[in-house]
Design a protein around this ligand. Structure first.
Ligand code: NAD
Ligand code: WQD
Length: 344
């Protein structure tokens, strides 16, 4: 049954893929985005791929109540909200913590207040595996200690705590999804990850090396306590992550009373940097030249999910392989060498 969903940050990497999955599931969408780190072109392509006209875009900042009022009124009553809008660069959060506390925490507070005002209390929130800090036990379960070590992760944990308080005080239905490392793209190659400037993250850097936009990959350290000395992460196909949002939303909308879920959204498989490089080379037949350099400040040796709760509660598990992540990520990069900012 189609519902009317408000998506903040819906033009972004994960948001755009989730919008496509939700449109294909028959939902109507209202997207609020200030395009601070994305392009309206992404949403145009999402609508085109969905072959539906059921998406309204409200350009603006989630910290502005009037923007949210406009969004809540644009297509009629909103049944649920998925909240992607926010800032996500760890290094930037260290350099400019106040901006991260404002956008990520205050923005979420303004959104929750607008939801209350418009009688909508069903919310899926984008949290992050980095709330676990530098864990020593693996795989990571949701009941394990959170110990964020940078402002970005601190803001995300603070929003989780704000939402938990809402669930305790009134009949809110909330799911905080702690994403691990989303990579790849929709198999059409029409939408994907389009980082501004030099990519911070491993996967888009690899695809830009493959496309000739970057000369060589720098591997940040090979002296970690891991199988090959390079950092281990839990990479998940962005389509698996998008589908997890649709399943979570359906689950929340079926809950008769207050509900407060915190779920790790990962594959449960840890891959090293060199595993990803080799996987990409095998999937594409290309060579990714790299140099091993010093560790990157703030990096942790390993992050790997235990996704059992998501399977038990939602019946969801990630199902796409590293090969599919690499194949689809490369198809996007090949078709869009400059991302959505195609040369005029
Ligand atoms: P993204 O930057 O591609 O998307 C975020 C979107 O939010 C962008 O379209 C941006 O323009 C918009 N936005 C930012 N600030 C806004 C504001 N004040 N008002 C309105 N719109 C605003 O990021 P993403 O990778 O799609 O991540 C989405 C969410 O998931 C973020 O909250 C991020 O912290 C979280 N997350 C991402 C990852 C990851 O590795 N990509 C991992 C864990 C969690
Ligand atoms: C992965 C691995 C690096 C780049 C980031 C954010 C985190 C979350 C997910 C929002 C690490 C290594 C990387 C490069 C490399 N986003 N690497 N050379 O750091 O796990 O998490 O994205 O929630 O907040 O910090 O992802 O892709 O940057 O790094 O060797 O050029 O690749 O050391 O081991 P990370 P990443």
């Amino acid at each position: 049954m189609g519902q009317r969903i408000l998506i903040t940050g819906g033009a972004g990497f994960i948001g755009s893929h989730t919008c496509l999955v939700l449109l294909e599931a028959g939902h109507e969408l209202v997207v609020v985005d200030n395009f601070d780190n994305s392009s309206p072109e992404a949403l145009r392509r999402v609508e085109e791929l969905s072959e539906r006209s059921a998406l309204t875009v409200v350009e603006g900042d989630i910290r502005q109540p009037l923007v949210l009022d406009q969004a809540f009124r644009s297509r009629g009553a909103i049944d649920g909200v998925i909240h992607f809008a926010g800032l996500k660069a760890v290094g930037e959060s260290v350099a400019d913590p106040l901006r991260y506390w404002d956008v990520n925490l205050n923005g979420s507070r303004v959104l929750a207040a607008a939801m209350e005002q418009h009688g909508c209390r069903t919310l899926v929130f984008s949290s992050t595996s980095t709330v676990y800090g530098e864990p020593e036990q693996f795989p990571l379960r949701e009941d394990m200690t959170t110990a964020p070590v940078h402002p970005y992760a601190q803001t995300k944990l603070a929003v989780e705590q704000m939402l938990e308080a809402l669930c305790r005080s009134s009949s809110w239905r909330v799911a905080c999804l702690r994403y691990f490392n989303p990579v790849g793209a929709h198999p059409s190659g029409q939408i994907g990850e389009d980082p501004l400037g030099v990519p911070n993250n491993l996967f888009p850097f690899i695809t830009q090396v493959a496309a000739g936009r970057r000369d060589r990959l720098q591997v940040f350290g090979d002296d970690y306590p891991t199988n090959d000395g390079t950092g281990i992460r839990d990479y998940i196909h962005v389509m698996d992550l998008a589908e997890a949002h649709a399943v979570t939303l359906d689950h929340l909308l079926q809950q008769p009373v207050s509900s407060c879920l915190t779920l790790n959204i990962g594959t449960g498989t840890g891959l090293s940097v060199l595993d990803v490089v080799k996987g990409f080379e095998t999937a594409t037949g290309l060579t990714i030249p790299f140099d091993v350099v010093e560790r990157r400040p703030g990096d942790v040796p390993r992050l790997q999910a235990c996704p059992e709760q998501a399977k038990t509660v939602l019946g969801w598990t990630a199902r796409r392989s590293l090969q599919e992540m690499c194949r689809d990520g490369w198809a996007w990069q090949q078709a869009n060498p400059m991302g959505y900012r195609q040369p005029a």
